[in-house]
Design a protein around this ligand. Structure first.
Ligand code: HEM
Length: 222
């Protein structure tokens, strides 16, 4: 395949990936509201969620988010398939561990686990709240859709708590590797700069993994 085609695909994966990284910072910050006492959390969470759904500008950002998720998955798949085709035979002596990390060799597996998470997650919230699928969602005293109630009910089911918490691990691994790779793809080769990127990626991945992993547990015991 022409090199610039591969470069184009990698740039799409890197660009959409970094956009999704920003979304996750905003999403985790909003979900931290769930850690407040119920009287405060319910009103705040529901009015935040209503603002997101009703503001036309934020609606545009939401469409960019859906497009980014799709493009990220499609182009990552195309790159993986192309790499497989280019290297059909397994080498007898494969110093894989010396050449790359476990995470980078298993991006396909980790990506599939995150895809499973996103499908279940969107069915839990997005499909119910935005598309009105499944059990109907009530309103709170202010007349906002009671997204807090949906979240609280879900995280009082231990299976979902475990599912969300366990899948925060592949999420953190993917973010750590993906964050570093995105900067390299976008032409960031400075040695000292790359060390700073690697440290930032580690801190970012730990905050996201621990944050998204621990919230369901805290809500469960609230
Ligand atoms: C503690 C964990 C999480 C909670 C409590 C949570 C909660 C929610 C809620 C309530 C919504 C619906 C918002 C609305 O329409 O009002 C939502 C949407 C969404 N979540 Fe999460 N989320 C969590 C983790 C994640 C993670 C780890 C990801 C990505 C890997 C993610 C990706 C999304 C996406 C893409 C949407 C759709 C956004 C939109 O249409 O506005 N969430 N989440």
């Amino acid at each position: 395949m022409a090199l610039n085609k591969l470069f184009f695909r990698k740039t799409i994966v890197a660009g959409t990936g970094l956009f999704l990284c920003i979304f996750l910072i905003v999403h985790l910050s909003a979900n931290c509201i769930l850690l407040l006492p119920e009287e405060t959390a319910r009103g705040l969470y529901n009015s935040y969620s209503t603002t997101l759904r009703e503001n036309p500008l934020i609606k545009l950002v939401a469409y960019a988010l859906y497009a980014s998720i799709l493009l990220h998955i499609i182009y990552a798949l195309l790159i993986t398939l192309r790499n497989r085709k280019a290297k059909p035979q397994k080498y007898i002596v494969n110093h894989a561990n010396e050449n790359s990390s476990w995470t980078s060799q298993n991006m396909g597996l980790i990506g599939t686990m995150i895809l499973l998470f996103i499908v279940v997650h969107l069915a839990n919230f997005w499909a119910r709240i935005k598309l009105g699928m499944g059990d109907s969602v009530g309103l709170d005293v202010a007349g906002n859709v009671d997204v807090y109630e949906v979240t609280s009910n879900l995280f009082h089911n231990l299976y979902y708590v475990i599912f969300y918490t366990v899948l925060a691990i592949p999420l953190a691994l993917h973010l750590y590797h993906g964050f570093k790779s995105a900067f390299k793809t976008l032409g960031f080769y400075h040695r000292r700069g790359l060390r700073i990127v690697a440290k930032t990626a580690l801190i970012y991945a730990i905050i996201m993994g621990v944050g998204f992993g621990i919230i369901p547990f805290i809500v469960y015991f609230k």
